[in-house]
Design a binder for this molecule. Structure first.
Ligand code: DGT
Ligand code: MG
Length: 590
């Protein structure tokens, strides 16, 4: 995708409301210029009906004109108010539309990112991009650009009007503008970096809060509340101090802006006075000048706020655009193969090596093995030897550094990601259940499932019994992150969820580690009599699980060091054999 500047990017996201926005900003320009109409009409009233030599005669003879001016003043004010209202409504509508569009797009982008993305970005930071940063962008459309146009047109129109009335006085007043502009530029440069840092501090604060809330159980377990409060307070103080510092930046410059603004009426009084004394200017013109002095001074004063918001937008847009233009590395190839029929379930690893992008050492080294359709294969090995990393390569959560992973003889990187992942039922090591009903959690991968079917899968995973005892059975809502269920219960629901898609390939990552031996035995038994064909790859630590498998792979430091059936490996007398002895208590092998 072609990369755009921040403003171009903003324009491209106006979501079909581009013309409404242009019209609204045109309205802003019009009502800004119209601010001059009241002083213009007042000047005419003062000149013709109050101060001229024949004011009394004019009032008597040109009464109609007098009333016309009064009505014009009222009418124009009403018209201006209407335009102000409509323009503000227009800008608000456009900004909300753009906010909705960008937010939807960003969420979509995040949903389709690969694992590396989630390893890189912290949740709190992503949340900041989806909330605070997006609000700064909405504010840009609804207020900042509008105020900018307002100021430019008001100053522009007033300057022209001043020049028409008296170029000498206009020049004297406007001579102060470049000074003001210079101060604003100095401020802009300084506040730019402050906003970037402030935004970072805010993201840190959000990350701290998010990690703490989701990790509240660990905090409680270690009674670390005070420590966490102190840590959060530190981040909070830092953000608050920086916020103040950023706000104060304008106050550093404001006195100078104020001095320049205050100089305007003085210049007007001195120069205007001289011109009136010399009869080079009418009192009406002087009234118009002094009545409009604010139209130059105020926008200049407001420029500080506008520049401030501009820089906030800059910092936020940079963060949002980073996600907006980010592309996942793991995507469908151009001519990716669609899996039209259910796969047979053959899995092959051919000389696969793998290293995490941010990791230093390779996790898998030249791993080769084959699992035939319908087979059950166990993967064993010490903690950290690379079991989870290995199975993560099958659904393409990561790509091998070298070698190939194949399903039914097709390289997984050639298969459409959606079809590939729909062919795999995965119960991962870290169980995450949604704050939804048990029914909803089990049917997550297949929402068309009837309650009867959900119950069938719950039976396979030995979850049916405890679910029946729950207050609302399958309608019971599971608390956040599965609070309210035991570890083993969560694992069984996660297993039911993986089974519920009736996948041709089932991958279980230590799924029964928290389940008692008796229940585990029943699960093993149930897995043998599933009512659909499926190849099973099971990571397990217990011999009771691996014993009946067709094949067992033993991993050590990312290499397969033993491969064979239970009996073959016992006969071999290696790591597996020592594990058997250790777990059955026959003999401890050193
Ligand atoms: P387990 O579950 O404790 O029995 O261990 P395994 O065998 O499932 O180990 P695994 O595959 O999770 O980790 C293998 C190595 O890779 C280990 O040294 C930790 C490292 N590792 C795991 N996940 C990541 C990751 O996301 N990024 C990086 N850089 N390293 C990782
Ligand atoms: Mg693991």
């Amino acid at each position: 995708m072609e990369k755009k500047t921040k403003l171009q990017w903003l324009r491209s996201n106006l979501d079909g409301n581009g013309w409404l926005y242009i019209l609204s900003l045109f309205g802003v320009a019009v009502y800004s210029i119209m601010q001059l109409t009241v002083p213009f009409v007042s000047r005419e009233i003062v000149d013709v009906f109050l101060t001229s030599d024949d004011a009394a005669a004019n009032m008597a003879n040109r009464r109609d004109y007098f009333f016309f001016l009064i009505f014009a003043m009222v009418g124009l004010t009403l018209l201006r108010t209407t335009i102000v209202y409509l323009s503000a409504m227009g800008c608000e509508k456009v900004s909300q539309g753009a906010l909705y569009k960008i937010r939807t797009y960003l969420f979509n982008k995040i949903e389709h990112q690969d694992m590396n993305f989630f390893n890189t970005y912290r949740t709190g930071d992503l949340m900041t991009r989806l909330t605070g940063d997006l609000d700064a962008i909405r504010h840009m459309i609804a207020w900042v650009l509008k105020s900018c146009i307002e100021s430019i047109f008001l100053v522009g129109a007033t300057s022209i009007y001043f020049f028409i009335m008296d170029w000498r006085l206009a020049l004297a007043i406007l001579a102060l503008a470049p000074v003001m502009l210079w101060i604003i530029i100095l401020f802009k440069n300084k506040v730019k970096l402050r906003h970037r840092d402030l935004r970072e501090k805010f993201a840190n604060l959000n990350t701290d809060a998010q990690e703490n809330i989701s990790g509240n159980r660990v905090v409680k377990a270690f009674a670390r509340e005070d420590y966490e409060i102190e840590k959060f307070d530190k981040a909070n103080v830092e953000y608050s101090t920086y916020s103040k510092k950023t706000a104060m930046t304008w106050l550093e410059y404001f006195p100078y802006v104020q001095i320049v603004a205050e100089l305007m009426p003085i210049v007007l009084l001195v120069f205007g006075g001289i011109l009136i004394i010399n009869k080079q200017m009418t009192p009406g013109e002087f009234v118009a000048f002094s009545g409009l002095c604010w139209a130059i001074a105020n926008p200049m004063r407001n420029m500080g706020g506008i520049v401030n918001e501009f820089q906030r937008f800059n910092a936020a847009a940079a963060k949002v655009m980073e996600i907006y233009y980010s592309e996942p590395k793991i995507v469908d190839k151009e001519n990716a193969i669609e899996l039209k029929e259910r796969v047979q379930g053959k899995i092959e690893f051919k000389n696969v090596s793998f290293k995490y992008e941010d990791g230093k050492l390779p996790v898998l080294n030249d791993v080769s093995f084959t699992v035939n359709p319908g087979e059950t294969v166990a993967i064993m090995g010490e903690t950290g030897c690379g079991k989870t990393s290995l199975i993560n390569l099958i659904p393409r959560f990561y790509e091998p550094t070298s070698g190939e992973v194949l399903i039914d003889g097709i390289n997984v990187s050639d298969i459409k990601l959606h079809d590939l992942r729909c062919s795999i039922g995965l119960a991962s090591q870290d169980v995450l259940l949604y704050s939804d009903s048990i029914d909803g959690n089990i049917a997550y991968g297949n929402l068309r499932l009837s309650l009867e079917e959900v119950m069938k899968y719950a039976k396979y995973s030995q979850a049916a019994e405890f679910i029946q005892k729950m207050p609302e059975r399958y309608d019971t809502i599971i608390g956040e992150r599965g609070v309210g269920l035991s570890g083993g219960q969560k694992q069984r629901i996660s297993l039911a969820r993986a089974l519920a898609v009736a996948p041709p390939i089932l991958i279980l990552d230590d799924t029964t580690s928290a389940v008692d031996m008796e229940t585990e035995k029943e699960i093993q038994h149930a897995l043998k009599s599933l009512d659909f064909e499926c190849t099973k790859l099971i990571i397990a630590q217990r011999i009771s699980t691996t014993k009946a498998c067709d094949k067992i792979l033993v991993l050590k430091d990312g290499r397969i060091v033993e491969e064979g059936s239970h009996d073959e490996l016992v006969a071999k007398g290696g790591y597996y054999c020592s594990l058997v002895k250790l777990q059955t208590g026959e003999e401890v092998v050193a």
